[in-house]
Design a protein around this ligand. Structure first.
Ligand code: HPA
Ligand code: ZN
Length: 338
């Protein structure tokens, strides 16, 4: 019998919760800082890594926005994306729906077009060279106001044929989904898919708002939904996909120990959970490491791993034909695995 890590590595899977700025490894951060003559508040790669001890989401965000300052040119964004794709190609990843935070860059004077063109170039290169497909999701920063989100949507207008959807990220508590109801409605009217971070640190009420006021197609994280049985029943009934991020939850102290991570409980409750990395350069692992760490800690069976893999494609924004091809590839893989 193949060991669990090898079985996981070969299992075709999609990543649905990945902030591309969160895949900036310290080595690339230094290289781009040198290339662009940006001062970093750290002397060495080791000093950067040593600073990655977080006690909550805000702790992390402060350092994550700092790191993003080295990203200035189209080539920077393309290199960032390609470094990520090369890494997850080794994890059996076949498709990615990646978040980007335009406001983090436009607020520093980097034009929206530089960010979008660079990422789109990296995505095209990954499809050509690695066979990994991808879609782009524009995230509104929830610590900023709705007018700023509307301005971002206007800047995105020329790119809407190449952007699959919009999301909501950054500091959750104190910035409920209701604050963005109108810009999500406007995004929906432009044919965009909708997702939102909810229930990572925020209460179950924020998940209800994401469903009822934003009309999201997926919930990012959603952990705290488990505190509300009526919400769990609603999510299960609607087959709502949750993009769960085990190592992120550990690093940001959403869980105290991976052994008590709710992933298995979510599956037992009939929730459509998926496994993702969130910000892999900051949280100690890419897609494959999230799968193996979570599977080992909560004791997932092969059957549950296959369910998670199928959930990742079923919950994606691929079309039905594409989903069917990926699901068939999973079945073929399982059939030949000994
Ligand atoms: N949560 C909220 N906002 C974020 C995250 C996260 O994990 N990563 C990048 N922006
Ligand atoms: Zn996230």
């Amino acid at each position: 019998m193949q060991d669990l890590t090898a079985f996981i590595r070969g299992l075709p899977k999609a990543e649905l919760h990945l902030h591309i700025e969160g895949s900036l490894e310290p080595e690339l951060m230094f290289e781009l800082a040198r290339r662009n003559q940006v001062d970093l508040p750290f002397a060495t790669v080791e000093a950067v890594r040593a600073a990655y001890a977080f006690s909550n989401l805000q702790d992390f965000l402060d350092i994550y926005y700092q790191g993003a300052r080295v990203l200035l040119t189209e080539a920077d964004f393309q290199d960032l994306a390609m470094a990520y794709f090369r890494r997850v190609a080794q994890d059996g990843c076949r498709h990615v729906e990646l978040f980007f935070d335009p406001q983090t860059h436009t607020d520093r004077g980097v034009p929206f077009s530089v960010v979008a063109d660079g990422l789109l170039a990296g995505m095209a290169q990954a499809e050509r060279e690695l066979g990994i497909t991808s879609k782009l999701i524009l995230c509104y920063l929830r610590h900023l106001d709705e007018d700023a989100a509307f301005a971002t949507l206007r800047q995105a207008e020329p790119y809407l044929d190449r952007i699959a959807g919009v999301g909501l990220d950054s500091s959750e508590v104190g910035h409920p989904p209701s604050k963005f109801a109108r810009v999500f409605q406007a995004s929906r009217e432009r044919g965009l898919k909708l997702v939102a971070h909810a229930g990572e640190e925020g209460p179950p009420a924020y998940v209800w708002e994401a469903l009822d006021l934003l009309h999201v197609d997926r919930i990012d994280h959603g952990n705290r939904s488990l505190e509300d049985p009526r919400l769990v029943a609603r999510l299960a009934k609607e087959g709502m996909t949750l993009t769960v991020c085990p190592l992120s939850n550990l690093k940001l102290c959403v869980v105290d120990d991976l052994k008590v991570h709710p992933l298995k409980r979510m599956l037992d409750l009939g929730l459509h959970a998926t496994v993702n990395s969130d910000d892999p350069a900051y949280f100690g692992g890419y897609l494959g490491e999230n799968w193996t760490a979570a599977a080992g800690a909560v004791g997932l069976t092969r059957e549950e791993l296959v369910t998670l893999a199928k959930n990742s494609f079923e919950g994606s924004f691929l079309n039905e034909g594409e989903k069917a091809e990926h699901l068939a590839a999973i079945d073929a893989y399982v059939a030949q695995a000994d």
